[in-house]
Design a protein around this ligand. Sequence first.
Ligand SMILES: Cc1cc2nc3c(=O)[nH]c(=O)nc-3n(C[C@H](O)[C@H](O)[C@H](O)COP(=O)(O)OP(=O)(O)OC[C@H]3O[C@@H](n4cnc5c(N)ncnc54)[C@H](O)[C@@H]3O)c2cc1C
Ligand code: FES
Ligand code: FES
Length: 1343
Amino acid sequence: MSENKETDCLCFYVNGKKVTENNADPETMLLSYLRERLRLTGTKYGCGGGGCGACTVMVSRYQPGTKTILHYSANACLLPVCQLQGAAVTTVEGIGNTRTRVHPVQERIAKAHGSQCGFCTPGMVMSMYTLLRNKPQPNMEDITVALGGNLCRCTGYRPIVDGCKTFSPESNCCQANGNGAGCCVNGDSPPERSENRYLYPDNPPLFSTQLMAEMEPQVSQLFRGERMVWVSPVSLEELIQLKTSHPQAPLVMGNTNIGPDIKFKGAWHPIIISPTRVQELFEVTKTLQGVCFGAGCSLSVVKALLEGLVQEIPEEKTEIYRSLLQQLGNLGGQQIRNVASIGGNIVSAYPNSDLNPVFAAGNCTLNVVSKRGRREILLNKDFFVGFGKTSLKPDEIVLSVFIPVSRQGEFMRAFRQAPRKENALATVTTGMRVMFIEGSSVVKELSIYYGGVGPCTVSATKTCAAVIGRKWDEQTLSEAYTQLLDEISLSPSHPGGQVEFRRSLTLSLLFKFNLQMLHKLWEMVWTGSLFAPIEGVSSAIRPLPKQLQPSLQEFQAVVKGQSGDDPVGRPIMHRSAISQATGEAVYCDDIPKMDGELHLVLVTSTRPHAKILDIDISEALRVPGVVDVITSKDIPGKNINYVHKCYCQVSCVGHMVCAVVADNRKQAKRGAALVKIAYEDLPGPVFTVEEAIEKQSFFLPQRMIERGNVDEAFDKVDHIYEGEIRLGGQEHFYMETQSMVVVPSGEERELKVYLSCQHPTYAQESIAETLGIPSNRVSCHVKRVGGAFGGKVTKTSIIACITSVAAWKTGRAVRCVLERGEDMLITGARHPVLGKHKVGFMNDGRIIAADLHYYANSGNTADESLLVIEKILLHLDNAYNVPNLRGRSVACKTNLPSNTAFRGFGVPQSMLVTENMINDFLFPEQIREINMYKEVSLTHYKFEFDPKNLLRCWDECKEKSDYGSRRKSVAQFNQQNRWKKRGMATIPIKFDIFSVRVSVRQAASLVHIYKDGSVLVSHGGTEMGQGIHTKMQQVASRELHIPASLIHITETDTSAVPNTCPSAASFGTDANGMAVKDACEILYQRLEPVRKQNPEGTWQTWVTSAFIQRISLSATGYYRGHDLYMDWEKQEGQPYAYFTYGACCSEVEVDCLTGDYRTVRTDIVMDIGRSINPSVDIGQIEGAFIQGLGLYTLEELKFSPSGVLYTRGPSQYKIPAVCDIPLQFNVYLLSGSDNPHAIYSSKGIGEPVLFLGSSVFFAIKDAVAAARVEAGMVGTFTLNSPATPERTCLACNTPFTQKVRRCHQPVSIHSLPQPIMLDPNPSMFANLNMEFSYCFHLTDLQT
Ligand SMILES: Cc1cc2nc3c(=O)[nH]c(=O)nc-3n(C[C@H](O)[C@H](O)[C@H](O)COP(=O)(O)OP(=O)(O)OC[C@H]3O[C@@H](n4cnc5c(N)ncnc54)[C@H](O)[C@@H]3O)c2cc1C
Ligand code: FES
Ligand code: FES
């Protein structure tokens, strides 16, 4: 690169403002640049690896070739700032705000109730905004595709989609205001369908002509960082020169492979070459022979051009194009496809790349250039030589990729099966191409490539050879399956496990191809012959349905005569929804950096069970910027086992050992990586419940409860049946990771702690104890929490203690924000449970006796496990009156990270075992009805209740879902479809609202009325998205008889409202609502004299008079809670005030060949009394249901045989995405229900519905049962949870899974690493290879 043409000045635009950066750091991504440098904190960190979409921004670039501007959404966390030369970035702040004008996208998502905790909202907004920039009139598919790369853990997506839908001509109304109440945009002028609608005059221009001018002439750039040099050439010649001089330097295009490698695997490149401005890499040439894409073209550009081509040229020429489109539709999320380059995808050579099998089978070629000249390479098996390796020479550059048109008689298909339908790397992916001799069914050419079945893209060469020259018929294909099985024989320790499933998929995907080709041959060759289209073709080939249907949300209207000013009972929007949607809402890590602030990074154990011999911090302390290393020796007060003592033990991988504090996070991270811990491994780590049972490794006490006499009853029943089920754990995956800032005030040993947690008082007390100071010196502040779900009760406090010790020792503010991988590793999850049942029943279906055992895997500390196992037992009856019922539960102590509270707190595990027991009956819905509580009854702990509303929910659910006739349709569907099966299940729930500990059932509030009439409310609940502040505003409004707009709810602050209780157990509104009501009642009564003096006065005049008359305008409120108890000795009690009831019916369609499924419809009827805010409550219902659907069908924690958690980010751990929502999702709130035990007759709702996600699990099981009947298998079978595609497919027992099982070589157990049996399928855990998943933390590699 010639010196005179080079510049080190970076220039780009952010929200219309020019940014000039003279010292751009090659390691800085746009996300941290926006948040830390430009203080634009609306763009959020959720994962840092391109998997969650929280950091979505819009990038606009001028395209000199077409003289147009390309707008695309991108993940700021993977976008190097150095790559932004000449770009315009638009963030959520750039499109609208509450000070000037809110953008329609922000407004409509908010008004449709699509923002709960709000942490995902800016990302959602930006994805939708970008779509509208490019397509002002999107259809529903456009919307779901645009949102496909964005995760939300709270809402269940339906309201977000509804908000976005208002922009589509396909829909006129989102129905967000409830049935019949009209669209959320009512009152607005109808949405204009012009692009300008989305560009307000006060918005910055999206791409200024000034910037276009600055792009000319283009000069090379060179940026020197601390550890890396970034070179950005502008001509091919320069690029070749650079690559010749630095053959090992990567060419960074989309950075979607290199970025995660640097971030998660600690890869380091001294020089990075960024050829994104080399025009030759973006040229596209169309010829009669095919299309040639510049290697730098993004996958979105490739997709768009191919979509155009398949419209333009004759269909028979587009076989390869259509196969590529098939894969591109599901590859990554939209943001990934927008930046990932076609060349990068090929050269990355992922073993499960979606495109490479198609390129290889499709005879595509690469044009490659180097100093030695140009050459053409056929993309075949010789090109892919190993994991991430190709036959390219280090100095070679891929210039372009040539994709030929298909020839006469040539057909191609591509298939993939992934853990989630979209935005997930495939388990197995394939490209298959066949060419027939003209006019016959004889195979001339056959090419089959797979991904996911080896270290690289693999060719089934022998199988193809065995078929070529023969007729494409049953006999040939039958031999081909056998050959294929032999050829693609995965070793039991195959990276990623799932060996049986992968092998089965290779066969079933070939079968799908076979059927499609038979159909083609029938059209082409056998037309008019006696051959009929092959039976079952359509059900094997037809994709699962994906068209979203309008959904209903029905709730009770407010009582007749209720004042229009009284907001209680009305669907009021979440009070922060708009500021969340504009990015103005402040989360913990959005708090500006304090003067002298330090950052803390935790150092955790890499051993599951070991003695710490030594901690050497010397190297860490030498890292520039590192200020100190905090160990247990620094704890001035009590070490409540937070930081492990030196020379002490660690008991899980991820156990916190010490912490490094430095001037910034990067330095602290570097320091943490250099802390050397010497371990002495201790024998016999325990990972599974079986091992715990064998070694009697339990937390005590164990619990038992019995009604009637179970043993005697078993002697009298007609039948006895035994079974078991396992339920895996569940990661909370709150979108905002654990975050806190601890600020020492500098005098009187005071500390202010800003944190994202559910229980600020617990944090306050723990910090005070750790520091040895009284609680009155520590104030904890929670403005809002970006999702918690139980994971921010105990765990946050532990980390806050460590951060406080660091702040205490250094005297400086310390910030700790966990990265996603750290958070998942350290903070534990929902308890996995093994449940066993023995049930005794009569011929008429009455269950007379049931004996249930629960073993919960608690991990290495008790945390809340003992309460969890108690709750398990209190709920084992669910909705059923079993006269002789016994339950035993035990918390197993293992060497895994300590599990903790999670929405439902043991109930989702408990009831799954019960419902599974019932589901094994032939007609489970009837058995449910026969055994359901029918009249005022006693539970198994002798608590009297009336199940009337439970039965009403059940009946209404059956009626609203049209259960009877749909059951018949399902049966008919199953008769007509060999390879797709439908299943249905209806599940009831009876869920208590309580908190086990009596002391945490109280609440307090503080209400101030200011002289201007405005009101400030503080209470003990924390806002986590559940809408508690909105409901408190409604309560205060009703009690003070003033509009809600006069009321402000301030942050939760332990110095304003002391001794708060956790916001958990669906109890927040019940308790805090009563406390706020109490304070407001006191104030309203105090104002009575002034009201009487001036009955015609206004609120304002009364307040003024009250002040003049020296009436106190401030009051505290208190709620004592119910007097509840549970006596485990006597096995009786009244642990709850009331039950929330509900029922849910789900229908699914399962692809038996792949195990993939789609929820076709879900109907939920919930009794939540008189809802204080139906839209907030429906939001809780939908969100909890989708979280339950994730628990039971999708989310899977994977551990290594030595206890290392593998699933540490959205790339490995799949929570439901927009593609997982039921196609039709109806929610009905039971009418005419009252509840004397809670405020305004409402009921708690945060937790109960999660269990109803199991209706999808049981519907899948129902469909699997139908598939098994076809395979000649009747009777009960075990399907463990989650019912992933793997388990579902294997349970269907198709001829292909049978074939795999028959040929499965028995392997000596000693030759295998011992799997952790949190899950029943050993293959899943068999030596999950680090290399295979590319998003692992450095510490993994050391283990
Ligand atoms: C969240 C996420 C989800 C994903 N999901 C999928 C999926 O479902 N299916 C799938 O197949 N893939 C998936 N991927 C992988 C993704 O498609 C690839 O990472 C991407 O295509 C690589 O392109 P890039 O431009 O980002 O490469 P970069 O990261 O920029 O570079 C990758 C490698 O390619 C080399 N390279 C790039 N261009 C050239 C060139 N012109 N000549 C020579 N070498 C070159 C670089 O030197 C580097 O070694 C996913 C990735 C992420 C982060
Ligand atoms: S933070 Fe960027 S995608 Fe998750
Ligand atoms: S609202 Fe989407 S993550 Fe909370």
